[in-house]
Ligand binder design. Structure first.
Ligand code: G6P
Length: 609
């Protein structure tokens, strides 16, 4: 999704903007641009393509001696990726970069056309720029003009703004789209994502709706957008180090993050396991509150939703608390029937996913308890949920989520066991035994990572495959969904995930000798049933990769290749099985020469509906 950076200081603004934009590349984008003040004149360079393309533009049309500027990576929503649609937008008087979507842009555009403005792009953003220009001419004063613009806009926005009359000042506003103000030493910054700023500062303010930031080299003032009264802000500190935003010797962030999973797992669970019991007190979530929950709506998108599916199985199995897992974009329009004791559990790595945030707000409006599992501290979901359980494993940069999934699962295990203990469905000894095995998963995950050679070999066998089916039952079905998503996200192979027993009710008609089936059979309790389903696809001459626990004998004619998993209690198998599936997707994408960390059309954090 789109990214914003901005700089005001004494150093070269272009250098900062290019470095910041490079850090935001991971979010997914299709064009890029920047505006700076060059001798009190606003100059803009922008292009379709990547940051490297912008570098080329800057080589042919250089910008010198700028110490104030804004930059943007665009992920097209209104209008195709093109030079003209790229941000910044504006003219000699104003220049803006925008994240979000302006819902009433047509009305504003028509109004501006009536006022004599013409438009060169198809974007909603250009209407904001023209509107700001209009009010600058009318009001002659930046704060008044910005305030008028805020009054007119409907939708979501984070805006970085340059105004010709104030060549030493950077302005910023936001609504429903993140924007941070980085605090430096004789220089200050804005960014839609802390990753862009980690190299320069860890101190920041969170800008809120209805506030205008007025930022110069030596000062940051935040004022109310109606009466311009000064607002005192709380200073925050980002405890992520810059290293987590670097590849650290790995060829891709995705591979680095897959390898970080055992550590992230330990860091997430350790503070919440105290002498063989589980405590969410550090998350301000006391036992009474947890015990009062009668039903969960687990609401999330993408990989986080898949973690929620495993969470549902765990919570229902151990705590006997009913759970519905609902895709956030559906939940928000479903008019759910809430009852006393309901809890809406939002799972989100970024904490900014627009649909998940809307679902959270819907629940809050209905007066339902909200709990969020979030990785990014200070994100909108983390700030707005009643209770937040933070995953503690550092930044996730690769668009295809791996480490965040692992950490989300870790919390869901703890939650399920904790609820079960609270409802007296687990004795202290049973809980201690479960926790013992659970903690051991860190070592098992490390062993799985050491066997990545198997995945490289399998990827070399399957690299020509055009379509894949992932099948499994129970927890394996949840894993099939996530494994299939990983594969399609980065290898661009068409994949479907199916409950193994459901295939015969229609989809098996697609199985031919050209089909590839990845059959997940990690669960001992139902392994025989799954194997029967595998035989059904094998009989139709599909190529079968069987992923199976090593304490189960399977006749050799039931599969073409086999990947064995160490045998642990069924409940823990997802934590083991996901690793080779992530690695397989990764190596397939590498062999196909795809851009693993920035797959086409995808964005790390989807901040539009
Ligand atoms: C995007 C990402 C996915 C992610 C989903 C939910 O689609 O590409 O990897 O799972 O958003 O993101 P969240 O930040 O809410 O977990």
């Amino acid at each position: 999704m789109c990214g914003i950076v901005g700089y005001v200081g004494s150093n070269d603004a272009v250098d900062f903007l290019i470095a910041g934009l490079s850090k935001l590349e991971y979010r997914g984008y299709d064009s890029v641009g920047l505006s700076v003040f060059d001798h009190e004149t606003i100059l803009t360079r922008k292009t379709k393509g990547r940051v490297d393309d912008l570098r080329k533009v800057l080589t042919s049309r250089p910008l010198h001696s700028a110490t104030l500027g804004i930059g943007h990576t665009r992920w097209a929503t209104h209008g195709e990726p093109s030079d003209l649609n790229s941000h910044p937008h504006g003219n000699f008087r104003v220049s803006i970069v925008h994240n979000g979507i302006i819902e009433n842009y047509r009305q504003i555009k028509e109004r501006m056309i009536r006022k004599g403005y013409s438009f060169s792009s198809e974007t909603d953003t250009e209407t904001i720029a023209k509107c700001l220009d209009y009010y600058m001419v009318q009001k002659g004063e930046p704060l008044k003009a910005i305030s008028k613009v805020i009054e007119k806009l409907e939708g979501s926005y984070a805006l970085g703004i340059l105004i010709k009359d104030t060549p030493d000042t950077l302005y910023a506003i936001r609504k429903d789209s993140p924007l941070l103000i980085g605090l430096g030493d004789h220089e200050n910054y804005i960014a839609s994502d802390m990753t862009a700023l980690l190299k320069y500062t860890k101190r920041y303010y969170l800008l809120e709706e209805g506030e205008i930031a007025i930022i110069t080299k030596d000062s940051v003032r935040i004022v109310d957008c109606e009466d311009f009264l000064e607002i005192t802000k709380e200073e925050h500190y980002a405890d992520w180090d810059e290293e987590s935003a670097e590849k650290g010797g790995y060829p891709h962030f995705m591979l680095k993050e897959i390898h970080e999973q055992p550590d992230a797992f330990r860091r997430t669970i350790t503070p919440r396991i105290i002498r063989n019991t589980i405590s969410f007190e550090r998350d301000n979530l006391d036992d009474r509150t947890l015990a009062s929950i009668r039903k969960f709506y687990i609401v999330a998108c993408g990989t986080a939703m898949h973690a929620g599916m495993i969470g549902k199985s765990l919570i229902e199995r151990y705590a006997r608390t009913p759970c519905d897992v609902v895709i956030a974009s559906e939940f928000r329009y479903q008019d759910p029937i809430f009852q006393d004791g309901d809890c809406v559990l939002i799972i989100s790595q970024s904490g900014e996913t627009a649909d998940s945030l809307a679902a959270l707000r819907l629940a809050k409006q209905a007066g339902v308890m909200t709990l969020a599992i979030v990785n990014v501290v200070g994100s909108s979901i983390a700030r707005e949920a009643d209770f937040v359980i933070q995953t503690i494993g550092g930044l996730e940069i690769a668009v295809a989520s791996t480490k965040a999934y692992y950490m989300q699962l870790s919390i869901l295990y703890l939650l399920a066991f904790k609820l079960a203990a609270l409802h007296d469905l687990l004795s202290s000894q049973e809980l201690a035994d479960l926790l013992h095995d659970f903690q051991h998963m860190e070592d098992v995950a490390r062993d799985m990572l050491n066997q990545s050679g198997n995945d490289q070999y399998l990827a070399s066998l399957y690299q020509g495959v055009k379509s894949m089916f992932f099948i499994g039952r129970g927890l394996d079905y949840g894993l099939a969904l996530e494994s299939s998503l990983k594969m399609k996200e980065i290898s661009y192979i068409h994949c479907e995930a199916y409950p193994a027993g459901e295939l015969k009710h229609g989809t098996i008609s697609l199985i031919t000798e050209d089909s590839m089936v990845i059959a997940l059979a990690s669960s001992k309790a139902i392994v025989e049933k799954t194997i029967s389903n595998i035989k059904e696809v094998k009989a139709r001459k599909a190529t079968v990769l069987l992923v199976v626990r090593d304490d189960v004998e399977v006749a050799e004619d039931a599969y073409n290749q086999k990947l064995t998993l160490p045998s642990y209690p069924d409940v823990f198998m997802p934590l083991i099985e996901i690793i080779p599936m992530q690695l397989l997707a990764y190596y397939m994408a590498v062999l196909k020469g795809n851009d693993v960390d920035k797959p086409r059309n995808l964005a790390k954090s989807v901040t539009v509906e």
